[in-house]
Ligand binder design. Structure first.
Ligand code: SF4
Ligand code: SF4
Length: 323
């Protein structure tokens, strides 16, 4: 498998208005037993990205995961940590590097993260002083064995919010633009190729212990990787025409064999403004997945629609224009 993305915690020191998985102070984290079971059930992989939430809010579980990953994959394995960087200091960085982290991805360079001012300079100085080399997001150099690297990125409209995250607080707060032509499903982070073993585009996303074909996450997960091997979970879904359509990055075709034609799906995508919202509708209305059937990770993504956004859109707009 090319890449495994694991958000092992939804706990965060921040409460960003654009967060796609409802991470927050006090959010859920896998238990120590679940963490070790997940690592045990992962297959050989090209890289493992640990994310959240903010992984550094859970240092003990993170350390356990890093040790278990080190035992499983060995030294020099492309182990990456995605962090907002707020809690990264000399001591925590040293522990991460000693535990085998090869790449640090600072994912907070945008208008929505509260502590962004001056942070890039502080972190660049810290990381460079420890011998890490800055690379661009997506640069193949960040996978060079034995070389430790870091990158900065954030939720900019072109990279992240352009029709991508119809999820979590980003959806609730109306951040991101409706774009029915933006087919995230056929891009990296979408479902394209998730079943294609050996393909360079294969990535699986895990939220807590629930497995998804894509980062946005479907209403129904593929399975629980704390309970069974990831390969077994994927194998169970290979013959399903719906998952095959998503594997082609073609959500408009996900219901064809169930009698929901692509023309109807394309119309609904246009009306809903986003392919993932159509995908959600299909699961609920045509596949009979009720809210109560949803996996544990989805339960951890509560409907916060009745809560007032913490950051009003006017203030957000002004933050964005000053950045
Ligand atoms: S976007 Fe990142 S930093 Fe902000 S609440 Fe979500 S996980 Fe935390
Ligand atoms: S359309 Fe469905 S499977 Fe594809 S990226 Fe969106 S939520 Fe995932």
């Amino acid at each position: 498998m090319e890449s495994i993305y694991w958000a092992f915690t939804h706990r965060c020191n921040q409460y960003c208005s654009h967060c796609y998985n409802h991470s927050r102070p006090g959010g859920p984290t896998v238990s120590a037993r679940e963490a070790e079971a997940v690592i045990e059930h992962l297959p050989e992989a090209g890289r493992l990205i640990l994310s959240g939430g903010e992984p550094l809010t859970e240092p003990e579980i993170l350390q356990r995961i890093l040790l278990a990953a080190g035992r499983k994959y060995g030294a020099g394995f492309p182990l990456a940590l995605q962090t907002n960087g707020d809690l990264l200091d000399e001591a925590s960085l040293s522990r991460l590097l000693d535990s085998g982290v090869q790449h640090i991805s600072i994912a907070s360079q945008d208008a929505y993260h509260a502590r962004r001012n001056g942070q890039r300079e502080r972190l660049a100085t810290l990381l460079t002083a420890s011998g890490l080399i800055e690379v661009e997001v997506g640069d193949p150099e960040n996978r060079k064995p034995q070389e430790r690297t870091f990158s900065f990125w954030g939720a900019t409209p072109d990279l992240w919010l352009g029709g991508l995250w119809a999820r979590g607080r980003a959806l609730r707060n109306g951040i991101g633009r409706d774009d029915p032509e933006h087919n995230v499903c056929a891009r990296w982070s979408g479902a394209l190729g998730f079943l294609d073993d050996g393909s360079s585009r294969q990535e699986i996303a895990i939220q807590l212990t629930s497995v998804y074909a894509c980062c946005p996450g479907t209403v129904e997960s593929l399975g629980d990787v704390s309970q069974e091997p990831l390969v077994d979970i994927l194998n169970r879904h290979r013959g399903d025409p719906m998952w095959q359509a998503l594997n082609r990055g073609d959500p408009a075709s996900m219901g064809i064999t169930a009698g929901v034609d692509a023309a109807y799906a394309r119309r609904r995508i246009r009306e809903l403004g986003n392919v993932c919202l159509w995908c959600d509708e299909y699961f609920r209305e045509h596949r009979g997945v009720a809210e109560s059937d949803c996996n544990t990770a989805t339960e951890a993504w509560p409907d916060e629609s009745r809560r007032r956004p913490l950051v009003p859109s006017g203030e957000l707009a002004s933050l964005a224009s000053h950045d």
